[in-house]
Design a protein around this ligand. Structure first.
Ligand code: SF4
Ligand code: SF3
Length: 550
């Protein structure tokens, strides 16, 4: 196996025996093949669109679902991948057939991903060498192809959440598929692929905007909220991941059932949406970022529903493995998977609710409250206060510390960084990176909390909107002239699309840690360093001094 798509790639190079995430070789091969088949589909859809031939909308869903399933820690279920590949091969061949039937012209030579076929698991496994990341020999081309691929994986996740709320944008599907097809095109140069990488960022902004519209038009604009981190006395269901439509279905179905609902990790921001505030049994948030789930799920004692990543494989001695459920793109072998909703309907969570009723209430692991709900609308409502604080010097600088958390000790850097920041600074955060500092007593500046949490990783879009609004207020031409520094933590591919989106918007001098991506070849890393001033992290004090001075 060869996988280097996340920040925890072994030795900062690649996982080649087993993933740090728990992904085994056979699963890695199935995920590689999934990507290959999606590329094959995308070759035909892109050709068809170029020739003005219409594609059935259902194909888009196959592509974004498949991409999402291969994101780090989303799906560990080999069987789901085997079935997905079989179905996707059929879809690919149907797309080709309808393209040809509609008078479409096939090129003389087609990439192998558009024609290869296999039926059995043995055939799938035997294909690995051809479909592995290493099949691209030139390391710069490979690096750029993977950078684009990981960007569209992140984008696909956001597209799926928006789709679940009835929001879609054709141009984003068209781009995702064109980008995938481009990764099979040997005629593209390094420069072409650099251009495609920046274009990926452009569509990343659109995907985040699409999801922001979907979330806020369905559930209202998040408002400043204090979220309880203690427990109630009833049995609970813990819901993790990013899908708001799923939490809506769960809250509705648990009402009046004597069962409480708690958020975990990236679901924490759900508490700030007005539509969810009416549920009395929506008690609070339990635990921290994804990587602490083994201990926290044990203490929770009730069922856990994963709507997306990040799943950590439970240990053999785990007392909660039989209480884990998955839905959507998430999957884990042996865990019950709740099927998709019928159009216009709701998912059926009754089995989880029945199980919860038989469980003891969660054990208390902490008490108190944390602040949330500082997405763009809420912050812009506070704009006068914020602008006055900047003008009076009460706020000297904002630090965007968005992104992902992870298990490496090196990430203590972010806790240290946040706690050592001077009192006249404000942290703007989004994503599960926040769990490194959102429980510190950092205080406020004239009523403005020093950690403004915009929400999930996709809500990094909110941070951009806030920056654009400040740029306007201060009459600046360039985002980089604002007193904002970027110190971003990444782990999986959604952070890759967030980063590419920021680059597209012209944000410079981003610090990216705790390590630079293994998939950036030295030359590609240099392009990012030279053109965008991207740098890795160093020592807290030195980094802070440099960022405060810049
Ligand atoms: Fe390794 Fe990350 Fe790939 Fe898992 S997703 S195999 S940890 S690089
Ligand atoms: Fe976290 Fe997995 Fe990326 Fe949405 S939950 S940010 S790592």
């Amino acid at each position: 196996m060869f996988c280097y798509q996340c920040q925890e790639a072994t030795k900062g190079v690649a996982c080649t025996v087993v993933g740090t995430c728990g992904k085994k070789e056979d699963l890695c091969h199935l995920q590689d093949l999934t990507m290959y088949v999606l590329k094959g589909i995308s070759i035909y859809t892109t050709l068809a669109r170029k020739q003005g031939i219409e594609i059935n909308d259902s194909v888009n869903k196959v592509v974004f679902d498949g991409l999402f399933m291969t994101i780090t820690n989303a799906n560990f279920d080999n069987e789901r991948f085997v079935n997905f590949i079989k179905d996707a091969l059929k879809v690919r061949d149907e797309v080709r057939e309808s393209f040809v039937n509609a008078g479409g012209k096939l090129p003389e030579e087609l990439h192998d991903s558009a024609i290869w076929t296999g039926e059995t698991e043995e055939e799938f496994e035997a294909k690995n060498e051809d479909v592995s990341v290493l099949a691209t020999e030139n390391e710069d081309i490979r690096s750029l192809r993977e950078l684009v691929t990981y960007g569209v994986k992140g984008m696909a996740a956001y597209v799926e959440h928006a789709y679940n709320l009835g929001h879609e944008k054709e141009e984003i599907h068209v781009f995702i598929q064109r980008a995938l097809a481009s990764t099979t095109d040997d005629s593209l140069s390094v420069d072409d692929l650099v251009g495609l990488t920046l274009e990926t960022g452009k569509y990343g902004v659109e995907a985040m905007q699409l999801l922001d519209n979907a979330n806020t038009s369905s559930y209202g604009n998040p408002v400043a909220t204090k979220v309880n981190i203690g427990v109630g006395d009833k049995p609970g269901i813990l819901i993790s991941g990013h899908d708001l439509r799923d939490i809506e279905d769960l809250l509705i179905q648990t009402e009046g059932k004597g069962v409480d609902v708690y958020t975990h990790c990236e679901m924490l921001p759900a508490h700030a949406y007005p539509a969810f505030k009416k549920y009395k049994h929506f008690i609070g948030n339990y635990g921290n970022a994804w990587w602490q789930q083994k201990e926290e799920f044990t203490a929770f004692q009730g069922p856990i529903l994963f709507t997306t990543n990040c799943i950590v494989p439970p240990s053999k001695s785990s007392t909660y493995a039989d209480k884990v459920f998955t839905t959507g793109a998430a999957g884990y072998p042996g865990s019950k998977h709740i099927p998709d909703r019928e159009k216009g309907g709701r998912k059926d969570f009754s089995e989880i609710i029945e199980l919860a009723k038989t469980c003891p209430p969660p054990k208390e692991i902490e008490t108190g409250e944390i602040n949330g709900g500082f997405a763009h609308n809420q912050v812009i409502e506070l704009a006068d206060k914020v602008v006055d604080a900047v003008k009076s010097g009460a706020i000297k600088k904002f630090f965007v510390m968005a992104g992902c958390d992870g298990r490496q000790n090196k990430r203590n850097y972010y806790t240290d960084f946040a706690s050592k920041l001077p009192q006249d600074t404000v942290i703007l955060t989004a994503g599960c990176a926040k769990f490194r500092y959102n429980k510190l007593a950092l205080g406020d500046i004239g009523g403005i909390p020093r950690v403004l949490d915009a929400g999930q990783c996709n809500d990094s879009y909110s941070l951009v909107k806030i920056a654009l609004a400040l740029k306007e207020v201060f009459g600046l031409d360039d985002l980089n002239d604002l007193p904002i520094a970027y110190n971003i933590a990444w782990y999986e591919q959604k952070a890759v699309i967030v980063l590419l989106a920021l680059l597209h918007l012209g944000v410079k001098n981003i610090k990216l840690g705790p390590t630079l991506p293994a998939f950036l070849s030295p030359n590609v890393a240099n392009v990012l360093i030279e053109n965008f001033g991207i740098s890795g992290i160093g020592e807290v004090e030195e980094d802070m001094e440099n960022l405060l001075r810049a």
